[in-house]
Design a protein around this ligand. Structure first.
Ligand code: IFM
Length: 433
């Protein structure tokens, strides 16, 4: 059965940050620091999904999706990131899981979508190898409770983005600006993934995946300097997170004048344990030129000549086909079945005078990307699922509530949900044979 779904993440939708024993996460801390988030927004209330989850499950049922990708908030399960399990926090996901299963919606749970318990950040966060072991302990606790009903487990969401924005550039929590010294946050996340896979398998998890954010990288020209820069960027964005998982080795980082520190014997064996699938998040391609200064070995030259989303990201549907076919060509038999675990766009959607939300740009976006995915399947890529980011307008990290990605409009002051035109369109599209 091909999976059609929507995706969300805990901090972006749940709110209820201090309820039922939840501990603080790095995003609670970061979003409350002045100047970090557009308009001073926080995820304190977000979509209030923690209280309105029944309504949200009903929306999914009405949409006709057969899967839902959500994330579990580690600080709800272990408020300090270690030790005793907060059963009240797990109860929430237990109720949600049962409601999904009752409606024949396959739950796909992500264990880490960036809301690290603050207590672990105080001890170094993902720069600290111990966090990988704490993550495995948390994965085990969640699986003990839910592996009997959740068939799809995704260990990490976009470790590249978490490392780059959280630890290298500091525009996301925890706000560290370490540039290349952030690399241990890549290795320790991947080690956490490998250790968690072992725990999930031991508890009978049916399918285990990781989700990487990938981009097809296009050199700005055929000039050797641009080609070398594009190769360096591809290494950092794509290969750094796919190679160790799929091939058991880190790529050559010499273009960055470094290699991966802190890798111990046995780490790569754990990291490359066989998976049942790989989650791929696609938003746009990247065009790369030779560096313009002495910093990194590339320069983002920007993709031009295409429509753009509310965020200003280029809309290039065929980039999804290019990416999927490129992954198959690069990894061959080492590539497990692929799930497109996120794809979507932000648009400045507001209800019109009649109360409806006419987001035709999103319909065009989704139509083009679904067609591109189908072309990749026709070219032989084994794609098993497609999840729209996102079910609801939500807290878009450093951009606060200014970027609306939802199939369903959320009026943040009241929490009122209004399905957009794209919601109705997707229902028809999914129903099409
Ligand atoms: O909102 C994010 C999500 O948390 C991770 N992938 C990209 C989305 C859009 O920026």
């Amino acid at each position: 059965m091909f999976l059609w779904g929507t995706a969300t993440a805990s901090y972006q939708i749940e709110g209820a940050v201090a309820e039922d024993g939840r501990g603080p996460s790095i995003w609670d801390t970061f979003s409350h620091e002045p100047g970090r988030i557009r308009d001073g927004d926080t995820g304190d209330v977000a979509c209030d999904h923690y209280h309105r989850w029944r309504e949200d499950v009903a929306l999914m049922s009405g949409l006709g999706v057969n899967s839902y990708r959500f994330s579990i908030a580690w600080p709800r399960v272990q408020p300090d990131g270690r030790g005793a399990v907060n059963q009240a926090g797990l109860d929430f996901y237990d109720r949600l899981t049962d409601a999904l299963v009752e409606r024949d919606i396959v739950p796909a749970a992500t264990l880490f979508h960036w809301d690290l318990p603050q207590r672990l950040e105080d001890e170094g966060g993902w720069l600290n190898r111990d966090t990988a072991h704490r993550f495995a302990e948390y994965a085990a606790a969640v699986a003990d409770r839910l592996a009997d009903r959740i068939p799809i487990w995704i260990t990490l969401n976009e470790p590249f983005v978490h490392m780059v924005y959280g630890y290298a550039l500091g525009t996301h929590a925890p706000g560290r600006t370490l540039v290349l010294d952030a690399l241990p946050a890549a290795h320790h996340q991947l080690l956490g993934h490998g250790l968690a896979v072992r725990e999930l398998r031991a508890r009978g998890a049916e399918k285990v995946l990781i989700t990487n954010n990938c981009t097809p990288v296009r050199p700005a020209s055929g000039d050797p300097a641009d080609l070398a820069a594009a190769d360096a960027y591809d290494t950092l964005h794509n290969r750094l997170f796919n190679d160790p998982v799929l091939l058991g080795a880190y790529p050559d980082l010499s273009a960055y004048g470094t290699d991966m520190d802190g890798v111990r014997d046995g780490d790569l064996e754990l990291i490359s344990a066989p998976l049942d699938g790989i989650g791929i998040n696609y938003y746009n391609p990247t065009r790369i030129a030779a560096p313009v200064d002495e910093g990194l070995p590339f320069h983002d030259a920007g993709v031009t000549g295409h429509p753009v989303t509310g965020f200003g990201w280029p809309v290039v549907p065929d980039g999804l086909r290019e990416l999927l076919v490129g992954l198959r060509d690069r990894y061959g038999d080492a590539l497990p079945p692929v799930y497109v675990t996120e794809n979507g766009c932000s648009q400045p959607d507001e209800p019109g005078p009649d109360g409806t939300v006419d987001d035709r740009a999103r319909i065009e976006f989704l139509d083009g990307h679904i067609e591109a995915m189908q072309r990749a399947r026709a070219e032989g890529v084994d794609v098993r699922g497609y999840y729209v980011w996102s079910l609801l307008d939500n807290f878009e990290w450093a951009e606060g509530y200014s970027q609306r990605f939802g199939l369903v409009h959320v009026d943040f002051p009241t929490g009122a949900r209004t399905p957009k035109a794209s919601y109705h369109w997707l229902r028809e599209r999914i129903a099409r044979p």
